[in-house]
Design a protein around this ligand. Structure first.
Ligand SMILES: Cc1cc2nc3c(=O)[nH]c(=O)nc-3n(C[C@H](O)[C@H](O)[C@H](O)COP(=O)(O)O)c2cc1C
Length: 319
């Protein structure tokens, strides 16, 4: 059993925050497969506060769509205006177990508002964000950072120490700079260095594509948790298989086609229970589920042609 603040977390496997992917059904499926800590997609503090104050019910059906069964649950906020960040922290504290601040988003629209990875370029400006979030919650607060802005300004260690000094309860490090985006290789050496030098839990992130790479990250960096993003898309098995490897020391077999299709239908069942229900989202997940199957290209071409849930499910059953 591991902990972030006072929150118990059953194993070291964490589902990364992913905008446009982490719907409640996907998050729950990953949880059922063994992810012990689940993140929301990033939630912009201004949108959250404005919607919560104007239409609370809609907000609870969309931005704050967390389920009790997902707990322990981390809600991630992004933004730069201290007033909105404070109010968002206060609102989310009622629904989440941990609050995470996004200091790593490389997206141009987010950077234009001086949020996300803007802060790894200007760490001195983190203070007002940290103060307002910490003042407005009793939950453990964590942050997700990148290694730096670019290869000439790697500052993850300096930033991590600062976050620890502010009283944060854990740090998630994506081992890439902002400039790298998602290209190149994640730098695990920096994750290792931070783990050696800080006394709060470190969540390592970047390039875990197989159970073996999750184990390798733990072995190489000694990080407390491993956060998995892209490898989980359409593949919740990454969690069950990594859990197995960490427990038994050897790999369990890859999922068969039948396992994959069954898992997709488990997803559909969860999706049909969630409040937000958009056919194109379901179809996107279907495309992601088949990506590792034989003749994936032709399967995807077929899936994209399906125009409603009934025909999509009929096709998925026929695979
Ligand atoms: C589609 C997509 C959406 C993402 N959305 C977020 C987000 O909302 N917040 C965040 O901190 N990181 C976000 N990320 C970054 C991931 O959390 C993670 O740091 C990154 O994908 C590296 O991990 P991986 O190699 O396991 O994918 C996103 C990544 C992807 C691919």
């Amino acid at each position: 059993m591991k902990k972030i603040g006072k929150v118990n977390i059953e194993n070291p496997l964490v589902l990364a925050p992913m905008a446009a992917i982490n719907c409640p059904a996907f998050r729950l499926l990953c949880k059922q497969h063994g992810a012990a800590l689940i993140y929301s997609p990033m939630i912009h503090c201004n949108s959250l506060v404005n919607l919560y104050n104007s239409d609370k019910e809609k907000c609870l059906n969309t931005l704050i769509d967390f389920e009790e069964t997902e707990k322990p649950f981390t809600a991630q906020i992004v933004g730069s205006d201290p007033k909105y960040l404070g109010e968002a922290a206060n609102i989310l504290s009622e629904y989440a177990d941990i609050l995470d601040i996004n200091f790593g988003c490389p997206d141009g629209d987010i950077l234009a508002t001086k949020a996300g990875a803007f802060f790894v370029k200007h760490p001195e400006q983190m203070d007002k964000v940290l103060n307002t979030v910490l003042d407005n919650t009793n939950l453990p607060v964590t942050a997700k950072i990148r290694t730096g802005w670019d290869e000439k300004s790697i500052n993850a260690l300096e930033v991590s120490k600062k976050l620890e000094d502010f009283g944060l309860s854990a740090i998630a490090i994506h081992g890439r700079t902002r400039k790298q985006g998602y290209s190149g290789k994640a730098n695990w050496d920096i994750i290792k260095e931070v783990k050696e030098k800080v006394n709060i839990p470190v969540i390592g992130n970047g390039d875990i594509f197989k159970p073996g790479s999750a184990k390798a990250m733990i072995d190489q960096t000694n990080c407390d948790f491993v956060m998995i993003g892209r490898a989980a898309i359409g593949n919740p098995f990454i969690f069950s298989r990594t859990k197995y490897l960490l427990k038994h020391g050897n790999n369990c077999p890859e999922p068969t086609k039948e396992d994959v299709i069954k898992s997709f239908f488990d997803f559909v069942e969860l999706f049909n229970k969630q409040k937000r229900h958009k056919f194109t989202e379901l179809r996107d997940h279907a495309m992601w589920f088949v990506k590792g199957l034989e003749k994936a290209k032709s399967l995807k071409n077929n899936i994209i042609k399906q125009k409603d849930e009934e025909s999509l499910l009929k096709f998925m059953r026929s695979i």
